[in-house]
Design a protein around this ligand. Structure first.
Ligand SMILES: NC(=O)c1ccc[n+]([C@@H]2O[C@H](COP(=O)([O-])OP(=O)(O)OC[C@H]3O[C@@H](n4cnc5c(N)ncnc54)[C@H](OP(=O)(O)O)[C@@H]3O)[C@@H](O)[C@H]2O)c1
Length: 272
């Protein structure tokens, strides 16, 4: 019960990693404020958590809208008296070569994946300062650890989010407020499985985590001192290697892509 009585706000909380994190925080005694755009799915999820005994407020929110972000944290404060943990998890991914993706879709990715978590983090800091502490957990990606062809803009947003978070965590030294990062490889959620035809072979070459494994990392990140978690660990190490030695990354790519193509066929066939 590491979060008994703590107020935890999660964006993108109606599905995938966000929903799995909500379940885990609830199991550890947190009061939850859940945000996503689709009201029905969000409310249905909140009803289920309440039935299991959790205290849950559902706030339909588009993190791309500043007014929604302000209202989200205001509602958290009104309902539960403050904010201890913010999980910036909502994001989107328009896949394909940067040259052919519509300009508004590129802008949308920068807005929702990078600007929104920065804006929400700043709003959260104001409230956490008053309480003398708090934690922001950013859900980034291994695509934010190594430049990822086929996902150039998405990759840039996640690099940006990691850079912002590390710099801010340093700025906040001694304040009692921490900023943490969780960077997963592919995860078995709609984010990737509903867009399988457009996911790159390279991405699919990496072992797929479950949403619950990533959620466990998010909850641990909110509880301990470690700045970043990359998962799975071996993929994290590979991205570091490919980042410092891009020629090696390029040389390994054909082998990895062949593995990714096999994995795509397996996923298309579904469980046997
Ligand atoms: N799945 C992967 O392979 C993978 C890998 C690496 C990193 N990640 C990162 O993990 C995070 C969560 O991904 P996921 O796989 O759990 O995705 P998901 O299953 O598609 O769920 C996304 C959640 O975000 C909400 N959402 C989307 N746009 C939003 C917006 N503008 N404002 C508020 N809520 C919004 C969705 O609900 P509504 O549509 O109703 O708003 C939903 O609740 C993202 O940051 C993603 O970049 C995922």
């Amino acid at each position: 019960m590491r979060f008994s009585g703590k107020v935890v706000v999660i964006t993108g909380a109606s599905a995938g990693i966000g929903a799995a994190a909500a379940r885990r925080f609830a199991a550890e005694g947190a009061k939850l404020v859940l945000a996503a755009r689709g009201r029905e799915r969000l409310e249905a999820f909140a009803v289920g958590l309440r039935a299991e005994g959790a205290e849950v407020l559902a706030v339909p929110t588009d993190v791309g809208a500043d007014a929604d972000c302000r209202a989200l944290l205001d509602r958290a404060e009104e309902a539960f008296g403050g904010l201890d943990v913010l999980v910036n998890n909502a994001a989107l991914h328009h896949r394909g070569p940067a040259e052919t993706i519509a300009a508004e879709d590129l802008a949308d990715m920068v807005h929702v994946n990078l600007r929104a978590p920065i804006y929400l983090t700043r709003l959260a800091l104001l409230r956490m300062r008053v309480r003398g502490g708090g934690v922001v957990v950013q859900v980034a990606s291994l695509a934010g650890c190594v430049p990822t062809p086929g996902s150039a803009t998405y990759s840039a947003t996640k690099f940006g989010l990691r850079a912002f978070s590390r710099a801010l965590d340093d700025e906040l030294r001694g304040s009692g407020i921490r900023v943490k990062v969780v960077s997963p490889g592919p995860v078995d959620t709609g984010f990737i499985l509903d867009d399988l035809d457009n996911v790159t072979d390279l991405t699919l070459s990496q072992p797929m985590s479950t949403a619950d494994e990533v959620a466990a990392a998010v909850v641990d990140a909110a509880a301990d001192d470690r700045f970043e978690r990359k998962l799975p660990g071996l993929s994290g190490a590979l991205t570091t290697l490919a980042y410092v030695a891009p020629a090696l990354g390029r040389a390994l790519r054909p082998v990895l892509e062949a593995r990714g193509r096999k994995q795509r066929e397996k996923l298309r066939k579904g469980p046997t």
